[in-house]
Design a protein around this ligand. Structure first.
Ligand code: NAD
Length: 319
């Protein structure tokens, strides 16, 4: 990986991934792109181009301009937002992916895009969901992710594009806000715990979903991209996870640091239905065996770090 192009670089994952890759490979070697621009480090600390991923010609033009050899495709509509606007989601998620795969093929490059636990559905085994299993999702996001996994495998088999992917669980971070997923509650809860000492959860008690702290997700992307291809039996996409919890468990963990913290529930039927169709916990052993995946953060370690970092971030600015 000498020159990397990232789409959706200002999103929850992209904004931190861009910084990590620039540290590792050199700022000039990582071209951040997004449909919008802001004042973030990802947009300011190295090459940045405005790019709508549905514009395949422009994507290829930018990739050629910077002599890109690796495409990391992040731009997408997430689960809850996609469910509210399914046709738009199909066009963006599938159109953008196709353009990104074509760009990687034209440049004979490497390719990474995330799938999700949303690629599973109500008929998937719910506990310790295996790497290879039934995938019949009932959301537009899930349909896009399954199609994306298959399309990425197709580009590997048909055209020899070195495609690799991860099925991410809900990702928790303190840098950029989440972009409309079903697991966003597990980020919001930390902000609200510090700001107001209480949180109203839109996900019901007893709803277990897999989660992972952002540093583990970023390491997983880099380690998979650097993995020896001869060891990979799977490609698109690997189950990865660090923990599985329900809202009560994360609330109990926060209470250890903020004893007065109060949790209440006002369940959102749309996001609850999506959550109910996803696994309780997934099995990441294929990722461990094939390229050494390991997560460092469990719920306790993540909660300590999130609260420490957010207390600093949310401090009122001193005049
Ligand atoms: P996000 O919503 O935070 O960011 C998406 C970015 O894409 C935004 O910066 C947005 O401006 C940009 N974008 C939107 N439309 C665009 C377009 N037409 N052209 C170019 N850019 C556009 O998303 P994220 O959380 O960073 O997720 C990135 C990828 O990871 C997605 O494929 C998502 O499905 C997957 N994923 C995320 C999670 C998670 O918990 N964050 C979990 C599983 C999978």
């Amino acid at each position: 990986m000498k020159r990397i192009l990232i789409t959706g670089a200002l999103g929850q994952i992209g904004s931190e991934l861009t910084g990590k890759l620039r540290e590792q490979y050199g700022a000039d070697h990582v071209v951040a792109t997004d449909i919008r621009k802001n004042e973030s480090e990802a947009a300011q600390a190295g090459p940045f181009e405005i790019l709508d991923v549905t514009d395949g010609e422009k994507m290829l033009e930018i990739a050629k301009k910077y002599q890109v050899d690796t495409v990391i495709h992040m731009a997408a509509l997430l689960s809850a937002t996609a469910e509210a606007n399914p046709v738009f989601a199909w066009n963006l998620n599938m159109g953008g992916l196709m353009n990104a795969l074509e760009t990687a093929r034209e440049l004979d490059g490497k390719f990474f895009t995330p799938s999700s636990i949303g690629a599973f559905g109500p008929t998937t085994p719910k506990d310790q969901t295996p790497q290879d299993t039934i995938q019949r999702p009932t959301t537009m996001y899930g349909v896009n992710k399954v199609a994306g996994e298959l399309l990425s495998d197709y580009y590997y088999h048909k055209f020899g594009v070195d495609t690799r992917g991860l099925r991410f669980p809900g990702l928790i971070s303190y840098v950029a806000p989440p972009g409309g997923g079903t697991t966003d509650y597990a980020v919001e809860i930390y902000y609200e715990a510090i700001k107001n000492g209480q949180y109203t959860s839109y996900i019901d008690k007893g709803t277990y979903m897999d989660m992972m702290y952002m540093p583990d997700a970023l390491n997983a992307i880099v380690n998979l991209l650097e993995a020896d291809p001869s060891k990979l039996k799977h490609r698109n996409s690997f189950n990865v996870t660090a923990m599985s919890f329900d809202p009560e468990q994360i609330a109990a963990e926060i209470k250890k640091h903020i004893p007065q913290f109060q949790m209440s529930y006002q369940v959102d039927p749309i996001r609850q239905k999506i959550a109910d169709s996803w696994p309780n916990s997934i099995d990441a052993s294929a990722a461990t065996e094939e390229w050494g995946f390991k997560a460092e953060y469990d719920l306790a370690k993540m909660t300590t770090d999130m609260l420490d970092k957010l207390k600093v971030k949310l401090q009122p600015v001193q005049e």
